[in-house]
Ligand binder design. Structure first.
Ligand code: NAP
Length: 286
């Protein structure tokens, strides 16, 4: 067990039908390996795998019943996909109404086979969001201990003050890699920190696209070599070097979890951090 928890979260998006199609026993082994490395937070969403991945994780938790008590389950809800159950018009949309949250939480608890999610996260900003209504709904679930913590994901910086004085998100999950760094340019990362929320960076490797063999990749490899790292580790170190930020890993492989822990042990010096950003953007910062 690591003495200090690494700033890492394990993502489940690619465990099942949207990726590696792991068996429950394989998911259980991956979760056990993550826990042994000090990675205790598991990122989930009701839509992953077309509403099948939570049930896969539930099967893994039944396969190894010792896992649940050690894991912090972070469950995202609020996206309705065209094929989601009950979506009559078949258009993708976001629904943060208490009625939808209630149904989505119930489905998540059922599929995971648990009585509580440790963090309930709103997956996308819905312009119709009624913060007072969400706060009231959440208070009931906190009282029942079906939900403990609360977070948001993919919210524009300008929407965060809607929560002021009403409900404090403890985390904000946003897309963030050196190539997808809009959250740095538009102030979303800073605005999240300013509220006291932890930033959680999803797709730190651009979903794997940043590992392609091209000019940009070769420029990143040259910097990685200076630190004795491979490119993936350099990218993870770049994200983890940001203050108040944890990296949401997308890997389904235990060996890459081990590499990730090593990658985020130390931050990049500022000049190298900017060199990575410039190489991935393909242009200097202004
Ligand atoms: N809040 C949101 O809206 C949102 C959106 C998207 C994702 N997420 C969360 O963020 C998590 C991470 O996102 P992501 O999966 O896009 O992350 P990512 O880390 O950018 O990409 C993961 C992909 O890269 C591959 N990969 C990792 N290391 C590699 C290496 N060294 N060499 C070659 N391939 C490598 C992985 O394959 P292997 O499995 O083979 O390692 C996997 O297919 C998701 O699981 C999900 O929980 C949240």
């Amino acid at each position: 067990m690591a003495s200090t928890a690494p700033p890492l979260i394990l993502g489940s998006m690619r465990f099942g039908d949207w990726g590696a199609r792991l068996a429950p026993a394989e998911v259980a082994r991956l979760l056990a390996a993550a826990l042994d490395l000090g990675i205790d937070t598991l990122d989930l969403a009701d839509i992953y795998g077309g509403h099948t991945t939570n049930a896969l994780v539930g099967a893994a938790l039944r396969h190894d019943p010792s896992l649940r008590a050690r894991l912090h389950l972070l469950a995202k809800v609020g996206i309705v996909m065209p094929e989601s159950p009950g979506n009559g018009r078949r258009v993708q949309h976001y629904d943060l109404s208490p009625a939808h949250l209630e149904a989505a939480l119930a489905a998540s608890l059922r599929d995971l086979g648990v009585g509580r999610v440790d963090t309930l996260m709103l997956h996308r900003f819905d312009p119709g969001l009624d913060v007072d209504a969400v706060a009231g709904w959440l208070a009931v679930h906190r009282e029942r201990d079906t939900v403990r913590d609360f977070g948001v994901s993919n919210f524009p910086a300008a929407a965060l003050p809607l929560f002021t004085g009403k409900l404090a998100p403890s985390s904000h999950q946003i897309e963030l890699s050196p190539a997808a760094s809009q959250a740095l340019d538009d102030g979303t990362h800073a605005a999240s920190r300013a509220t006291g929320a932890e930033v959680q960076a999803w797709s730190p490797l651009g979903g794997g696209a940043l590992l392609a063999d091209n000019d940009r990749g070769r420029a990143l490899d040259a910097i990685a070599g200076d630190f004795g790292l491979d490119r993936a580790s350099l990218l993870l170190r770049w994200v983890a070097s940001l203050p108040a930020t944890r990296v949401v890993l997308g890997t389904t492989r235990t060996d890459r979890l081990v590499e990730a822990v090593r990658a985020v042990e130390t931050p990049l010096p500022a000049d190298a951090w900017y060199a990575v950003w410039q190489a991935a953007r393909g242009r200097p910062v202004p």
